[in-house]
Design a protein around this ligand. Structure first.
Ligand code: BV8
Ligand code: ZN
Length: 257
C-alpha cells in the first residue's frame, strides 16, 4: 500500500477550497458489498449489463428482481467503513465538498456525508413503471414473487439507472459542475469503464483539478492521473483525512458559513 503522498497533494489537502470524491464499488468492498463485476451466485453467469437493463428485466423479471432482492439484503446488513467516514471528516474542513457516487448502496449518506450526487440511483427506493408510485423495501421484499403496484397493478422496479438509460439530469448537471470547479478530485474505487460517469475524472483534469486515483489496481485512466495511490480506500482515505487535519491545523470548516 502507498503510504507516502507527494508535496503537491499535501498542498492541495491544505489549500483546496473545492474537493470532489468520485466513488465506485471499490469503496464499499471493505463493508462487504461485492464489486459490480464480482457478481456471485446464480447471477455470476449473466453479465451485469444484462441484469441491469430494461431488456433483461422484461425478458426475465423474476431473475432480475431476485438479484436486486439479494443485493438489498446484503446492503441492509452491512455498514459504512473507514473510507466513507474519512470523506465525512474531509467534508467538514473544506468550503465546497461533494461526493459523486456510482454506488446505489446509500452508504455515503449513512456515514453522514451531506453533499452526495447519486449518478446511478439508490437501491433502497422503488417505483411503479406505469404510474410512478414509490414503494419502500418493506413493501417490495414482503410480497412473494414479483412486486406489483397496489394502485394500478403496474410492475415495480428499483430506482436505479439501468444500462441504456439516461442518468438523472439534476445529479448529472451538479456532478459536471462540481468536477469542473474542483481544485482536488479523488477517483476512488472505480474501474472507470462505465460512461458517462467515467468521463468525470478527465473532465476535472481538463479543468485543471489535481486528480488522484485511489485503487489497489491500476485502471484505464491511471496514466492520465496526477497521482496514483495504490491500496484499499479504507486505509488510504483515513490517511489523507489525517494529513488534511494536520495541514489545516484542526481548523474547522472555513466555509459552510
Ligand atoms: C447511458 C446501477 C445514454 C444499476 C449502473 C460510451 C462508450 C461506451 C459505452 C457507452 C458510452 N456511453 C454509454 C455507453 C453505454 C453504457 C456503458 O458505459 N457501458 C460500459 C459497460 C461500456 N452506459 C450506459 O448505458 C449509461 N447510460 O449512457 O445513457 C445512452 C442511452 C442509450 C444509448 C447510449 C447512451 C448508464 C450506465 C449506468 C448503469 N448502471 N449501476 C445497478 O447497480 O444494478 S453501472 C454500475 O457498474 C455501477 O453503478 C458502476 O457505474 C459500474 C461498476 O463500476 P465500478 O463501480 O467501478 O465497480 P467495478 O466492480 O467495475 O470496479 C471496482 C473497482 O474497485 C476496481 O477497479 C477494483 O480494483 C477497485 N477496488 C477493489 N477493492 C477496493 C477497490 N478500490 C478501493 N478500495 C478497495 N478496498
Ligand atoms: Zn402504479
Amino acid at each position: 500500500m502507498t503510504t507516502a503522498i507527494s508535496g503537491a497533494l499535501t498542498t492541495r489537502l491544505r489549500e483546496a477550497r473545492s474537493v470532489v470524491a468520485f466513488t465506485g464499488a471499490g469503496i464499499s468492498v471493505e463493508s462487504g458489498v461485492p464489486t459490480f463485476r464480482g457478481a456471485d451466485g446464480i447471477w455470476a453467469k449473466l453479465r451485469p449489463e444484462e441484469l441491469a437493463s430494461m431488456d433483461g428485466f422484461l425478458k426475465n423479471p423474476s431473475v432480475v428482481w431476485d438479484w436486486y432482492a439479494h443485493r438489498k439484503k446484503i446492503i441492509s446488513a452491512i455498514h459504512p467503513n473507514a473510507g466513507h467516514y474519512a470523506l465525512v471528516e474531509m467534508e467538514k474542513k473544506v468550503p465546497q465538498f461533494a461526493v459523486i457516487t456510482q454506488n446505489i448502496d446509500n452508504l455515503h449518506r449513512r456515514a453522514g456525508s451531506k453533499t452526495v450526487f447519486e449518478l446511478h440511483g439508490n437501491i433502497e427506493r422503488n417505483y411503479c413503471m406505469k404510474c410512478g408510485k414509490t414503494f419502500t423495501d418493506e413493501f417490495v421484499l414482503a410480497v412473494a414473487g414479483l412486486p406489483k403496484c397496489d394502485s394500478c397493478g403496474g410492475m415495480v422496479r428499483p430506482d436505479v439507472v439501468w444500462f441504456g438509460e439516461m442518468l438523472p439530469e439534476e445529479e448529472w448537471e451538479s456532478s459536471v459542475a462540481a468536477a469542473e470547479g474542483a481544485d482536488l478530485f479523488l477517483s476512488i474505487g472505480t474501474s472507470a469503464v462505465v460512461y458517462p460517469a467515467a468521463s468525470l475524472p478527465l473532465l476535472a483534469k481538463r479543468a485543471e483539478a489535481y486528480v488522484v486515483e485511489v485503487n489497489p489496481e491500476p485502471t484505464p485512466i491511471t496514466d492520465k492521473m496526477d497521482e496514483f495511490l495504490e491500496g484499499p480506500s479504507g486505509e488510504i482515505l483515513p490517511m489523507l483525512a489525517r494529513v488534511m487535519e494536520r495541514e489545516r491545523g484542526g481548523s474547522g470548516a472555513a466555509a459552510h458559513s
